[in-house]
Design a protein around this ligand. Structure first.
Ligand code: GDP
Ligand code: IMO
Ligand code: MG
Length: 427
């Protein structure tokens, strides 16, 4: 096995950062292939907290090369803030980071437009991260975006004129706000060019070279597949395809390159931002999940909505993404619950139960729950499956059986070491 994709199977924040950091010791190259600083990937190493928005979360492993591929959108300022933290901690990333020249750049206008546009939706607000993601991808597909490679070209001022005039007309004429001038943006982009010049390289070629050399490659998904712009709960989605489907286009490689896929789900469910969440628990148990799981967004600090695992949705995304094995995270958050709920189907008006639904199903029906007795014992120190309380083992085995794929890993705490690897995990 040479390559693994790691994707979130819910609405994001499944613990991708934690598991990417843990797993990256087994890989030679780790790549972000979509999304941008809407991601917040948290890593804890020896009591120190890191949150990566732009840099691949595997970067703390000194032996891995990391890359930001063409399918991503890049906010240079956010990237530089991460670099400053890495510099302060003495982490050498400069010699082992590559940024693709085709990556699109998030401009100040994108961030402003993201905010203005979402506010203007009133009660239909998506609750975006306001990081400029949608407007940047919009310009990419309108073929007027600014790419990393443009920073080194004499055509940059002319390209900026076109895009900035267009953005300012919208900001001023539609939203009645003050536009943003060009000169400071141009200066900032020229300074950005100088800082990132040594790191710019073709990530598509890089991946193929690593694979030809027999080295191992990890693809790090951002967001979660229920936020997929094509297959998620549109319009309450992000503007990219967080699942495995976008790895070939986002990186520039053959679809045959991804050998295995590990899908991450929390042992329960959360969602930040608006949009359908059929198994949301707005009662006492939901509050307890929020509190014990410390469920606040890593990018925006917003409170995450909490609820229960949804097996029909999980089965849908597993099939959509060709997921081979499961990683179940935040198991420890359930330790003190005397009973747990898991959605096994959706009751229809005629009393029948549907066990297959999709995230774009507008009226799936009423969730039907299986109530499970909690284990009420700590899982935090378990480092093997057998060390887990029996009822926790049974819970994990039951989920894996329900969704029809093996369990590959379990996370029982935020620290890198609080991870259980199952014997049949192929890496
Ligand atoms: P990501 O976006 O998928 O990388 O996830 P986030 O970093 O946004 O959110 C996951 C949160 O849960 C972070 O605060 C992690 O430190 C934390 N976390 C990850 N895995 C575990 C776990 O197994 N147990 C506990 N208690 N916290 C975890
Ligand atoms: P990670 O990688 C959770 C959500 C936003 C909003 C919707 C659209 O940390 O799992 P956007 O700014 O992308 O246009 O917002 O998507 N969202 C996330 N939710 N985790 C994320 O990333 C997210 N990235 C975007 O809250 O509902
Ligand atoms: Mg996150």
């Amino acid at each position: 096995m040479k390559s693994l994709a790691l994707v979130g199977l819910q609405w994001g924040d499944e613990g991708k950062g934690k598991l990417v950091d843990w797993i990256s010791a087994r890989f030679d190259l780790a790549i972000r292939y979509q999304g941008g600083p809407n991601a917040g990937h948290t890593v804890w190493v020896n009591g120190a907290k890191w949150v990566f928005h732009q840099m691949p979360a595997g970067v703390l492993n000194p032996n891995i090369h990391v890359a930001i591929a063409a399918g991503c959108v890049l906010h240079p300022q956010t990237l530089f803030e991460e670099w400053e933290k890495l510099d302060a901690a003495g982490v050498d990333y400069q010699s082992r980071t590559t940024i693709d020249p085709r990556t699109h750049i998030i401009l100040p206008h994108h961030r402003l437009l993201d905010k203005l546009r979402d506010e203007a939706r009133g009660k239909h607000k998506i609750g975006t991260t306001a990081r400029g993601i949608g407007p940047c991808y919009q310009d990419k597909y309108s073929r007027c975006g600014i790419r990393v490679g443009d920073l080194f070209s004499s055509s940059l001022p002319g390209k900026l004129d076109i895009i900035i005039n267009y953005h300012n007309a919208i900001i001023e004429k539609i939203y009645g706000k003050q536009g943003i001038g060009k000169s400071r943006i141009l200066n900032d982009l020229q300074a950005t060019a100088e800082r990132i010049r040594p790191l710019v390289g073709d990530v598509s070629v890089l991946v193929n070279t690593y694979l030809e050399q027999g080295r191992k490659v990890l693809f790090e998904g951002a967001q979660g597949v229920l936020l997929d712009v094509d297959h998620g709960s549109y319009p309450y989605v992000t503007s990219s395809n967080p699942g495995t489907t976008s790895i070939p286009t986002g990186v520039g490689i053959s679809p045959k390159v991804v050998d295995k896929v590990i899908g991450l789900t929390k042992a329960y469910a959360t969602r930040v931002g608006a949009g359908p969440f059929p198994t949301e628990d707005e009662g006492e148990m939901g509050c307890k999940l929020q509190e014990l799981g410390n469920e606040f967004g890593a990018a925006t600090g917003r409170r995450r909505r909490c609820g229960w695992l949804d097996l029909p949705l999980l089965r849908y995304v597993i099939a959509l993404n060709g997921v081979d094995g499961l990683a179940i995270t935040k198991l420890d958050v359930l330790d003190s619950f005397d009973r747990l709920k898991v959605c096994t189907g959706y009751k229809q008006l005629d009393g029948s139960i549907r066990t297959e639904i999709t995230p774009h199903d507008e009226s799936p029906g009423e969730p039907v729950y299986e109530e499970i007795e909690g284990w009420q014992a700590s899982t935090a120190d378990a480092r093997t499956f057998e060390e887990l309380p029996e009822r926790a083992q049974a819970y994990l085995e039951w989920i894996s059986k329900q969704v029809g794929i093996p369990l590959w890993a379990v996370s029982v705490g935020q620290e890198r070491t609080a991870t259980i690897t199952m014997p049949d995990f192929p890496f």
